[in-house]
Design a protein around this ligand. Structure first.
Ligand code: AMP
Length: 138
């Protein structure tokens, strides 16, 4: 079953498209958190970011600043959040990778963030960083 975003990319479901290149499509979010809330989606259908090919990831990296510049220019916003959820536990509702660009016009509107920071434990952090380094490239 193609994802809803694949169906949008194919033109089977209507959307307000704002950008496309061979590997990336962007369109307005149907339930925007703020005016100009856009989704930037790889044509390659993968559920989570780490599953993407290097080509799709690079194309997203190129497209995101291009689309963000256009959103800022068109809306007049000069602050914004990029949000990218992976997994239902992390609030992912649509299982096809996507980046949200969410303009922030004033405090209290747009994306709300609850940031429950904790203190780092230096020895545990050193061990964890070493473990992650060992797994880079897998
Ligand atoms: P997430 O929770 O990160 O998976 O976000 C999914 C986003 O997709 C939500 O912000 C929805 O409003 C948006 N969405 C779902 N269906 C559509 C659609 N047909 N067109 C545009 N945006 C959609």
């Amino acid at each position: 079953m193609p994802s809803i975003f694949t169906r949008i990319i194919r033109g089977e479901i209507p959307s307000h498209r704002v950008y496309e290149d061979p590997a990336v499509v962007a369109f307005l979010d149907i339930a925007p958190l703020s005016r100009g809330h856009v989704l930037v989606v790889p044509v390659e259908e993968r559920e989570q970011l780490h599953e993407l090919s290097a080509e799709s990831a690079a194309a997203l990296g190129r497209a995101l600043p291009i689309v963000a510049r256009a959103v800022l220019a068109a809306t007049g916003a000069n602050a914004y959040n990029i949000l990218q959820n992976n997994g239902a536990l992390a609030h992912q509702a649509v299982p096809h990778v996507h980046f949200h660009i969410i303009p922030k016009y004033e405090a209290g509107l747009g994306l709300g963030i609850e940031w429950s920071a904790t203190a780092i434990d230096a020895p545990a952090a050193a061990e964890l960083a070493a473990r992650i380094r060992e797994r880079i490239g897998e």
